[in-house]
Design a protein around this ligand. Structure first.
Ligand code: MG
Length: 251
């Protein structure tokens, strides 16, 4: 599939899709505490998406059975919400959510501490989030796509964390996953030139230990090979002539 460059009209719709998704994340973030189930989070997210008049784009995507991916501790991404998976103090939980607004998709992920986590794990959460911001410093017209990848890699490497390689960020628009792929690790080449109007989901997935991951028997849940925790942080961004615009986060 070709890389799409969005028109001014499309950018307006992408902005609104992003703004609404931020509301969904804010609502889910409010309920995170020990004792709730991963299904409670899914229900909160699903309900909020529909209340906003949007459609959850993850539900039934390739057969995924829920609206929100809820991944706990060593689960990297694509965790399936369960009524009997109860969060406990010291866990971390990654929420990956997306929605469709008037045919346009948004996609974003946050990782939360459940109650108090160890300093080591808090540092992983902070570094994962910061790596997104380091990456998008390179996300501007005239730069190349894999400059983003290199910037994330350079930042994370200083911590010695494992960068997931089997899963990457992506273009986004009228489909959830469009070209190009956006790796979170350094590439041999610089990749395509970035052009204003491109919309990308940049989503570092960072492991405390090894970068290696495995797929569980449910065909969805991706976990770290060494069972150490993993964090995920993602926003949908718009490439402009200057600073990128973050569509799913308004600071
Ligand atoms: Mg994504």
């Amino acid at each position: 599939m070709a890389v799409t460059v969005k028109s001014a009209k499309e950018i307006e719709l992408m902005r609104e899709a992003g703004r609404l998704l931020e509301i969904v994340h804010d609502e889910m973030g409010k309920i995170i505490r020990p004792g709730i189930s991963t299904m409670d989070i899914n229900e909160c997210g699903d309900k909020t998406i529909r209340r906003l008049g949007c459609v959850p784009n993850f539900l039934n995507y390739g057969g995924f059975p829920a609206s929100i991916c809820v991944s706990v501790n060593e689960e990297v991404v694509h965790g399936i919400p369960r009524r009997d998976h109860i969060l406990k103090e010291g866990d971390i939980v990654s929420l990956d959510a997306g929605l469709i607004y008037k045919g346009y998709h948004s996609d974003a992920a946050r990782t939360y501490a459940v109650g108090k986590v160890s300093d080591q794990i808090q540092k992983l959460l902070d570094a994962t989030k910061q790596s997104f911001f380091e990456g998008i410093k390179a996300a501007r017209a005239g730069n190349h796509l894999f400059d983003i990848s290199a910037a994330i890699d350079d930042y994370i490497s200083s911590f010695g964390y494992g960068i997931v390689q089997d899963l990457v960020g992506h273009g986004i628009g009228t489909s959830l996953h469009e070209d190009p792929q956006v790796p979170n690790f350094r590439q041999k080449k610089r990749g395509m030139k970035l052009v204003p109007g491109m919309t990308l989901a940049v989503e570092p997935m960072i492991n405390l230990g090894t970068w290696e991951v495995v797929w569980q028997q449910d065909q969805w849940t991706v976990t770290t090979k060494d069972h150490k925790p993993s964090a995920h942080y993602e926003n949908t961004i718009l490439i402009t002539e200057g600073e990128p615009e973050i569509l799913t986060l308004h600071i």
